[in-house]
Design a protein around this ligand. Sequence first.
Ligand code: NAD
Ligand code: DAU
Length: 352
Amino acid sequence: MKRILITGGAGFIGSHVVRLFVKKYADYQIINLDKLTYAGNLLNLTDIELYPNYKFIKGDITDADFISEIFQLEKPDAVIHLAAESHVDRSISNPMEFVMTNVIGTVNLLNAAKTLWKGNYGQNRFYHVSTDEVYGALGDEGMFTENTSYDPHSPYSASKASSDHFVRAYHDTYGLDVVISNCSNNYGSHHFPEKLIPLAINNIKNNKPVPVYGKGENIRDWLWVEDHARAIDAIFHGAASGDTYNIGGHNEWKNIDLIQLLCKIMDRKLGRESGESAQLITYVTDRAGHDLRYAIDSKKLQENLGWVPSLQFEEGLEKTVDWYLDNENWLQDVTSGNYQTYYKQQYEYNEQ
Ligand code: NAD
Ligand code: DAU
């Protein structure tokens, strides 16, 4: 039985990757290692927690001794590394947290893998899940390809870029079998409501202002989270050692257009007058260093590994709204306690 250590498996994307692997590969033992920060939630995995090929370990990737012990105990054959601090706004107020988890945490995992797999580097794979934000920002034209130079602007993207460099360095220096993917913005179920789409759904539902940074003209390329998980599956099994793949949905939306569409869907689902939810849109102070546009060219992934996105955005957004409206308890659970403090610090000074 192949033993796969998935880090950050209780988070948004990680939980979808864990679910896909546990259900699809009965012959893989999936070990989910997660610290359960504010963003990690075992409620994300209740449907698979009793599967015999699934196991959860609570732990912190910044603790080198603990990570080394876990590798010796669990002897994973491969790692899929998603654990990270993932929110750009939090990286602006607390960059060191991002250096610790995203950089030091990744190097701790690389060191443990290098020690455990010594002499067998060809048999064991370290898959690092990264972001398109390492490439910086685009103007009106062009797309990020796998050859685009790194140009990160936020503490979050700088920490992810640094971790990508370490992963490649362990391939080039020690011969570790590594793979990296850089994905665009994900959306779907179990997305923590600090990120634009789930935050807007929650606020519209509760008749609270929907904060749009700056003029709402920034553009993101949105991908259904389950399509990201399918891409990770394809890359984990199909990529050559040392290779990089970009993942994206060819689905660019200006923030304000996305929010307008979401308001229309919410009006319909909540039985509101047309235009009612859009009245909640509130323009607030722009994010510092706000990247204008991201767009991913995922031709390599489509041509080499036959991956294509499965959902149109409008359909995915409807499904996402349905999930949040059907999962009131989940939303209440994650927005209680510390969320309120975060929300006040991040937004309240902007509200009238
Ligand atoms: P998330 O914030 O929802 O989840 C992160 C998970 O990592 C949580 O379960 C958290 O508990 C865990 N974690 C954090 N610090 C840890 C630590 N020190 N030790 C162990 N576990 C820890 O993030 P996400 O949106 O699911 O992103 C997952 C990965 O995908 C990240 O590496 C992120 O950079 C990358 N990514 C995200 C997106 C996106 O749109 N969300 C797009 C591209 C790439
Ligand atoms: O591109 C991939 C990245 O996408 C991932 O690496 C990150 O982990 C993930 O958080 C996401 O980063 P963004 O900063 O693009 O996502 P966020 O949802 O925070 O913001 C999306 C856009 O919406 C961005 O232009 C900022 C804007 N925004 C965001 C929030 C939270 C608002 O206008 N208002 C808000 O309240």
